[in-house]
Design a protein around this ligand. Sequence first.
Ligand SMILES: NC(=O)c1ccc[n+]([C@@H]2O[C@H](COP(=O)([O-])OP(=O)(O)OC[C@H]3O[C@@H](n4cnc5c(N)ncnc54)[C@H](OP(=O)(O)O)[C@@H]3O)[C@@H](O)[C@H]2O)c1
Length: 234
Amino acid sequence: MNLTLFGANGGTGRILARQAAREGHRVTAVTRHPETFPLRHENVQLVAGDVTDPAVAARAVAEADAVISTLGVPFSRKPITIYSAGTAAIMRAMEAHSVRRLLCVSSSATDPATRYHDTGGGFLFEKVLKPIITKTIGRETYADMLRMEQSVMASDLDWTIARPSGLFETDSVTDYEVAEGTLPLQYTSRTDLADALLRAATDGLWVRRTMAVATVDPRPRVMDLLRQEAFSRG
Ligand SMILES: NC(=O)c1ccc[n+]([C@@H]2O[C@H](COP(=O)([O-])OP(=O)(O)OC[C@H]3O[C@@H](n4cnc5c(N)ncnc54)[C@H](OP(=O)(O)O)[C@@H]3O)[C@@H](O)[C@H]2O)c1
């Protein structure tokens, strides 16, 4: 398949690009920083630029059978629009080129109806930490993810919205869980998320449905997770 990846240079995007190329798919990887993109592979072509640039989005999706977006930015108290504006730009380009299959990533904490579902994190996490994060530093992120979800769901595309929990790293794909809506689990390995997106794209799964993705085992220790997210990722 021809797969276009927005966010290809991020944590999940790099894993997904590598795995898709290994499986023989032709990958168009979009990044604003091609010089830092680590993967060189005959099946991977780079498109450099910002997703909100219509010419970039158009060039990236022109030949696509499926478009996968793992676009993201860190939490911020300033207005965040990349999820909704970036995905709107992708959808416009897809419409112009008659591309129908879109997979994008939001979060298990996005939907107000399910934001406070119990993820099994215990009293401190569920009743103290999670509400603080979603109402303060995560507020802009989740509001924009929700705008993205609503516009994607309102489209007539063959969409899938993946909802991972807290992301962390594993060396390989685990025996992860997928379910419609939400899962009572706190963490998702980026390798598992990449695999779930790739399987859904290539096997035509979860069309016009939300796909919660969560890792059961291993579970990261909170201190390791903070260290990894804060210091280790390039
Ligand atoms: N971190 C978590 O615990 C968590 C939990 C739930 C859901 N999520 C979501 O899961 C997804 C994957 O997360 P991740 O941590 O693997 O990704 P990430 O490392 O944050 O990568 C996101 C990528 O998006 C690209 N990007 C951002 N703005 C762009 C723009 N204007 N134009 C083009 N590209 C742009 C960046 O690539 P360039 O700078 O190279 O352009 C960046 O590498 C994200 O949507 C994230 O919000 C994260």
